[in-house]
Design a protein around this ligand. Structure first.
Ligand SMILES: Nc1ncnc2c1ncn2[C@@H]1O[C@H](COP(=O)(O)OP(=O)(O)O)[C@@H](O)[C@H]1O
Ligand SMILES: [Mg+2]
Length: 241
């Protein structure tokens, strides 16, 4: 580490590469990314389709292995962890919102959203109370018993966001979390994300194409061809900082 206090960082990457080997030519999805994300920041990643946003989020979440380079989540270096340690880090510290939601079709909205709490051994009544409080806030209160197949895309996306944040992880990684939402619902989701960010200092990193989402970010990182083209600080990393 250099002269930074690692504990102030939620995420650090050092010369991070992801190269997909394929014929006729390899695809360089992430090209030497060195990035420091401060704890408690609210960061949007923009950039054209194919610029590497999803790959970066997958790398930070430990879902994809880097070709080269290093990643720290807080003080933990991802590549130094074994499978079990990585699974625990993910369970305890990272909430992930996938672009394709990844909800389990046989579980209700409530059961999907409470899943990480279940894995952590939180008792059922507390799990339900925490999920339902969030559901009410994002307009899913009436839909808690429905399975994903009976929900619209936007409703499924809200369930996926609730699942990611309900355990109050230190870091939330969200891949285009508002892509299928109308503007009122997008606003409600962003309000919740901002509240968690403010009250619990949850660090958010989300990819987006949505100008309304970019507007509310405190730091806007634009990727092109797997590199940072622009890195714009728009407000202090923490409110009141
Ligand atoms: N599993 C994969 N195999 C091969 N190429 C991939 C894979 N995933 C992504 N890519 C390529 O990596 C580049 C970055 O993709 P991605 O991270 O999905 O970008 P974005 O999310 O910004 O649209 C693209 O050229 C894409 O085609
Ligand atoms: Mg993507």
């Amino acid at each position: 580490m250099t002269n930074h206090d690692a504990s102030e960082l939620a995420v650090r990457t050092e010369d991070l590469w992801k190269i997909y080997e394929q014929e006729p030519t390899d695809v360089v999805a992430v090209a030497g990314l060195s990035l420091d994300i401060e704890r408690g920041d609210f960061v949007a990643m923009a950039g054209p389709s194919g610029s590497g946003k999803t790959t970066v989020l997958n790398l930070l979440g430990g879902l994809t292995q880097a070709s080269r380079g290093r990643i720290w989540i807080g003080n933990e270096e991802l590549s130094a962890l074994d499978g079990k340690q990585l699974a625990r880090l993910r369970l305890e510290q990272i909430g992930f919102v996938f672009q394709a939601y990844n909800l389990l079709p046989v579980l209700s909205a409530l059961e999907n959203a409470e899943f990480t709490l279940l894995l952590r051994g939180v008792p059922a009544d507390e799990r339900h109370a925490r999920v339902m409080e969030l559901f009410e806030e994002i307009g899913l209160g009436e839909l808690a018993d429905r399975r994903p197949g009976k929900l619209s895309g936007g409703q499924q996306q809200r369930v996926a966001v609730a699942r990611a944040v309900v355990g109050n992880p230190a870091l939330v990684l969200a891949d285009e979390p508002t892509a299928n939402l109308d503007s009122a619902t997008s606003t409600a989701l962003l309000d919740i994300m901002e509240r968690l960010n403010r009250e619990l200092e949850t660090t958010f990193i989300f990819s987006t194409h949505d100008p309304r989402v970019m507007e509310r970010a405190r730091r806007l990182i634009t990727l092109v061809d797997g590199r940072v083209e622009q890195d714009e600080r728009r407000a202090p990393a923490r409110l009141g900082a």
